[in-house]
Design a protein around this ligand. Structure first.
Ligand SMILES: Cc1ncc(COP(=O)(O)O)c(C=O)c1O
Ligand SMILES: N[C@@H](CCOP(=O)(O)O)C(=O)O
Length: 468
């Protein structure tokens, strides 16, 4: 498979190249040149496969010649063997129409593990042949950081610098990152928001102070391999609910738009997806963009769903590209304008294309707490606040009859409730226990640097510390 940039001015890459690259050199994001297709019969034949076997089937067309079939299947078996549930991403029924897809059975208790456990292995495999180390620079609002750190800590040939917004991740999330003592892990708290951290990271991919002497890689969802691995669980859930002979809708707690874009990819590949619901918190730029065509950056609000406190949503660019008929030149102009003005008006073609598949819904903190209470009192399920944003959106649409009652609606349960004990206690009066596999985070020493949000300060720190 060949990969092209959304802005059309970067080299075309193969899967290995795109995995090790991250952001395209023209500032765009890589996408496959075309979408692999599965017929209804081919999807039916996937029923009953184990998760690693299914992952292999879905990802093989994207990987192409970069790995042999045996290598890819072996990596899937290794990555998903580390999960604490045999189904890897089990489905839980809430009521007649609503389901939860539990994506938090990996080592760091969030959906990020599903892709990052595999990505760590892909890095190791591809780096065997290279002499220079890969310097990973990432930004996290809490979950990508720990999942990425656990995926690469102690691995040869990789070093990771992870930026998080100081005081704006939960204590458990911070400790999951900062108590890892491997020498190739560097945590940096910046005095700013996640958006500041993410914009710094993107700028570093084009900064010769770093790129002249370092090979920089990405673990955020700007890296195509992240999204590819997330496509698999949409197939896994829909197959269990009757696909391809029955349509399924998904409600996705959304921030950087990676997870829900993976659902869009599944639909492009032939999975019968009825609707993708983009569920946001008070940081509702995506809800405004999808409903009103207005993608303009607002103030970044701190909420009880900190991982979704995001304004500039990286992967929305991928959808804008798809929705303008893959016109790279047009998109580059649109994104240049957005870079300057921080506002972007979707054109009619983009609005129409997006409305065909996506709905959007915003949850207030009270909506979020109510959804957590509802799941607990009616279904005995303790859910995390991010999942609750998704569940609130799912229930709002079904109650408004916007989704046919015969269609199952799957809310993606993106994190384990123990990661957000304060919000859980506020909602249901009790705290969720951390699973044993996390260890005693409070007994370990934390290690991180605190820096101002100034770009040069962060870049120079990384430049001075990185191994060459
Ligand atoms: C728990 C949780 N839910 C939802 C999201 C939003 O996912 P995405 O950024 O892929 O839209 C995130 C962060 O990305 C998260 O950590
Ligand atoms: N919520 C994320 C933000 C980064 O998203 P990514 O999917 O692009 O890595 C986090 O937890 O860090």
């Amino acid at each position: 498979m060949r990969y092209i940039s959304t802005r059309g001015r970067a080299p075309v890459l193969d899967f290995e190249g795109v995995t090790l690259t991250g952001l395209a050199s023209d500032g765009g994001l890589y996408l496959p040149e075309s979408w692999p297709q599965f017929s209804a019969d081919e999807i039916r034949a996937m029923r009953g496969l184990s998760y690693p076997e299914l992952a292999y089937e879905i990802m093989a067309p994207f990987v192409g010649d970069s790995l042999t079939d045996q290598e890819l299947l072996g990596l899937c078996q290794q990555a998903y063997g580390a999960f604490d549930h045999a189904a890897v991403t089990p489905l839980v029924q809430l009521d007649q129409q609503h389901w939860l897809l539990e994506l938090f059975h990996g080592p760091t208790l969030a959906f990020k593990d599903v892709a990052l456990q595999l990505l760590g292995l892909l890095f190791e495999k591809f780096l065997e042949k290279r002499e220079r180390p890969l310097t990973i620079i990432g930004a996290t609002s809490g979950d990508t950081g720990s999942a990425a750190i656990h995926a690469v800590a102690g691995r040869e040939g990789v070093e990771i610098f992870m930026l998080h917004p100081e005081g704006r991740v939960s204590e458990i999330q911070r400790r999951q990152m900062t108590t890892v003592s491997a020498s190739n892990v560097h945590n940096i708290a910046i005095a700013g928001s996640f958006d500041d951290a993410q914009s710094h990271v993107k700028r570093m991919f084009a900064d010769p102070v770093l790129t002249d002497t370092l090979d920089i890689g990405a673990v955020n969802s700007i890296n195509w391999a992240r999204l590819m691995a997330q496509v698999v669980y949409y197939f896994a859930a829909a197959l269990q609910l009757g696909a391809p002979d029955r349509k399924v809708a998904f409600s996705v707690p959304t921030g950087n738009f990676g997870d829900v874009f993976a659902g869009y990819v599944a639909a492009q590949m032939g999975l019968p997806v009825e609707r993708l619901i983009v569920a946001t918190n008070k940081n509702d730029i995506l809800a405004r963009a999808i409903r009103d065509g207005d993608y303009s950056v607002g103030e970044s609000h701190a909420t009880i769903t900190p991982s979704m406190d995001i304004q500039v949503s990286s992967n929305f660019e991928r959808l804008l590209f798809e929705a303008n008929g893959r016109d790279a030149e047009g998109l580059a102009a649109q994104m240049d304008g957005f870079g300057q003005s921080k506002t972007l008006a979707l054109d009619p073609m983009q609005r129409e294309g997006i409305a065909e598949m996506f709905s959007a819904h915003r949850a207030t903190p009270e909506d979020t707490l109510t959804a957590m209470r509802w799941a607990y009192e009616n279904c005995g399920e303790v859910i995390d606040p991010h999942t609750a944003v998704g569940l609130h959106a799912a229930c709002s649409l079904t109650m408004a009859d916007e989704i046919d009652p015969a269609i199952p609606v799957v809310t993606l349960a993106t994190a384990h409730p123990a990661k957000f004990p304060d919000a859980v206690e506020q909602a249901i009066g009790t705290r969720a226990d951390l699973p044993d596999r996390v260890g005693d985070l409070f007994a370990l020493e934390e290690r991180f640097e605190t820096l101002s949000a100034d770009y040069e300060a962060v870049r120079d720190y990384i430049s001075a510390k990185a191994t060459r």
